[in-house]
Write a protein that binds this ligand. Structure first.
Ligand SMILES: *[C@@H]1O[C@H](CO)[C@@H](O)[C@H](O)[C@H]1NC(C)=O
Ligand SMILES: *[C@@H]1O[C@H](CO)[C@@H](O)[C@H](O)[C@H]1NC(C)=O
Length: 487
């Protein structure tokens, strides 16, 4: 029976069995099949497995029209083909800046914007990198005039819905002896996606708005880790008895849209070490090592109090010092492996749409264990008391080398890191491709060909950022140069 005389629903079911790349071929064959392969339904249902897609923050792929999603998948397949090559082709190498010394952190927020933190002179800047031919600095936040000559330690940033505004939260340490402890500042910056005058490459920089400033005295603990998702800022607070033994952990949530704050006690067991957390639009994910032997991941709904609306013209009350407890855990995972040999591990990049969290760990030079990648699915709730196992795979890196700066993409499908070989002190940028559903083995290779002449030296690289879906890598070098590599 000819294919086209099949009933439409059967034809669609057949098409759904194909891979995205095959659908693109089918769509070229005739007008009728072209019509079928442009349908919204087909593109929403089509499994794209481990293919990271470049979709704007907060946008659900199932709300995109079929042809738009098709164009996104087509671009993603092109990036994927290049990425899997043993020496991916660098499509474009751009120098964003040459006078940015002392960069201590870089972060992509969506594929089109990059946030840069300089430790000295302290400042934050936001760069528009959508058009790689004409990148520009779209906003600057000068941090020199903050109280107490504060030194910035780290930031977290998230695009706000609509991609017109970015929220940047920053942890700082006061330098002046009059204050101790840590500071938290958060800024909202309106972004312009066009230059006022494309010819001259200039435009009036928008002024950042301070949306929150909190000083926490030493006795109440120190800000330690922070994440931003939508209008929610979450800051981890370590409370010490003395510097060697932290006694407690709290998470302070701030809703930057309403000013509501809420302090919670995540009730982590005392044998919990190397704890990190993440925030998604509705969930808090806590990850740590229990009893020096098990990687544990717990997810909770965000505390409902943080979404409380406050009546207009009233100021939200400050959080009480006694912390609330979190809603019960909605899912819990434990890794079946002993990972006591792991020195450092890293979580996947913050994102507004991943449905899983991934974690990568590298062998310790002393104990020669393996390298691991874990994937924990976050969609779906689990019944109380059920502990699921994540998908785990091992991979191998040079046993005499260590991973110095590590960037794991938001879906955990790709990673980039700076590797240092201790025997020869040789630095290499490495790339990895992982298969979160465990169907294919991990592939780890140098990102750049050995003979490639680069305009910067890798041993001078200070910070690294990686945007998984477009394969963009940004490097800040000691000399003050900021480079963007597009694959
Ligand atoms: C970078 O920081 C050092 C101090 O840490 C400072 O001496 C130097 O001037 C800074 N570079 C620039 C360009 O300000
Ligand atoms: C902690 O680990 C030790 C061995 O390292 C084991 O004997 C003990 O039962 C573990 N405790 C818990 C609560 O898992």
């Amino acid at each position: 029976m000819p294919l086209l005389s099949l009933p439409p629903d059967i034809l669609l079911s057949i098409l759904l069995l194909l891979r995205a790349q095959d659908i693109l071929v089918v769509s070229q064959t005739c007008r009728i099949l072209h019509e079928y392969t442009s349908s919204d339904y087909l593109w929403h249902q089509l499994a794209t497995h481990n293919l990271p897609l470049d979709i704007d923050p907060y946008v659900d792929r199932n709300h995109l029209p079929g042809p738009k999603l098709q164009a996104i998948v087509t671009r993603a397949l092109r990036v994927d083909n290049n990425w899997r090559r043993s020496n991916p082709r660098i499509r474009k190498l751009t120098r964003l800046a040459m006078d940015l010394e002392n960069v201590s952190q870089l972060q992509f927020i969506s594929s089109e914007w990059l946030v840069v933190l300089r430790r000295f002179p302290p400042s934050l800047s936001v760069w528009r990198v959508a058009n790689i031919e004409q990148p520009y600095r779209a906003a600057v936040i000068n941090l020199l005039d903050l109280p107490g000559l504060a030194v910035p330690l780290k930031f977290a940033a998230a695009m706000q819905a609509g991609c017109r505004e970015v929220l940047i939260a920053l942890i700082l340490e006061p330098k002046a002896s009059t204050r101790s402890g840590t500071l938290l500042y958060a800024y909202s910056v309106v972004l312009k996606s066009e230059l006022d005058d494309a010819g001259s490459g200039t435009f009036a920089l928008p002024s950042p708005r301070v949306v929150c400033s909190i000083h926490r005295p030493e006795a109440e603990g120190r800000f330690h880790e922070l994440h931003v998702c939508g209008s929610i800022i979450a800051v981890g607070i370590l409370q010490f008895r003395n510097y060697l033994s932290p006694v407690g952990y709290r998470i302070l949530f701030i809703n930057s849209a309403t000013g509501v704050q809420c302090l919670v006690d995540p009730q982590v067991p005392t044998q919990f070490t190397q704890m990190h957390f993440k925030v998604s639009p509705r969930q808090l994910v806590i990850v740590g090592i229990h009893n020096e032997s098990t990687l544990v991941v717990r997810t909770h709904d965000l505390p409902p109090a943080i979404f409380k609306q406050i009546p207009p013209n009233s100021t939200p009350s400050q959080p009480t010092l006694s912390a609330e407890s979190l809603p019960d855990s909605t899912a819990q995972f434990e890794s079946p492996l002993a990972i006591s040999d792991v020195d450092f591990w890293y979580l996947s990049a913050d994102s507004t749409h991943t449905s899983r969290i991934s974690s990568i760990s590298f062998h310790s030079l002393v104990r020669m264990a393996k390298d691991y990648i874990f994937h924990f699915p976050l969609d779906g709730r689990m019944d109380e008391g059920i502990i699921a196992k994540p998908s785990v795979s091992t991979f191998t890196t040079d046993s005499s080398a260590s991973a110095e700066i590590v960037c794991l993409g938001e879906t955990g499908s790709r990673a980039v890191w700076l590797q240092r070989r201790w025997t020869s002190d040789e630095y290499t940028l490495m790339k990895a491709t992982f298969s979160p559903n465990g169907r294919e083995p991990a592939v780890v290779q140098p990102l750049l060909a050995r003979h490639l002449a680069l305009p910067f030296e890798l041993h001078r690289c200070q910070s690294l950022a990686f945007e998984e879906a477009t394969g963009r890598v940004c490097l800040a070098v000691h000399t003050g140069e900021l480079w963007l590599l597009q694959f």
